[in-house]
Design a protein around this ligand. Structure first.
Ligand code: AMP
Length: 125
């Protein structure tokens, strides 16, 4: 089978979240470590609505639909980061969501985990 001329790292897949990781556009970042970046969703659907993304190029995958053996660990990385974040902030209940594909409501093709809670962060209360 012929391969598409574009690789996963081509400019064709340079999304708004790539620009946030590179600090080319601003975001309300609430947490960052070596592997994960967490920022507030610009159109929150809950009192606390965060997006968790993986930072490294080798962890980039556009969607759950496009996971490969090399990127199968990424959803777990994001879910574990969300679990740690909730524990550290004393958030007792929350929802985690992946939108998958255009028909699943996905708008940004850079895998991200939605974290929604009715509980705000302590500094916002
Ligand atoms: P999805 O529908 O799963 O692709 O979700 C994409 C989410 O990204 C939406 O909830 C948008 O509100 C959010 N979003 C888009 N642009 C930005 C941005 N520049 N900063 C923060 N959130 C954004």
């Amino acid at each position: 089978m012929l391969r598409n001329a574009f690789t996963p790292c081509s400019m064709a897949q340079d999304t708004i979240f790539h620009k946030i990781v590179r600090r080319e556009i601003p975001a309300d970042i609430v947490y960052e470590d070596d592997a994960v970046l967490v920022f507030r969703d610009i159109h929150p659907k809950a009192p606390l609505h965060l997006l968790f993304i993986a930072k490294h190029d080798e962890d980039f995958v556009s969607s759950i639909d496009d996971l490969t053996e090399n990127t199968a660990h990424v959803p777990g990385l994001l879910i574990q980061a969300a679990q740690r974040f909730a524990k550290e902030h004393g958030i007792k209940g929350y929802q985690l969501r992946f939108h998958v594909g255009k028909d699943g409501g996905q708008e940004v093709f850079y895998l991200h985990l939605h974290f929604l809670s009715n509980q705000k962060l302590t500094e916002e209360q």
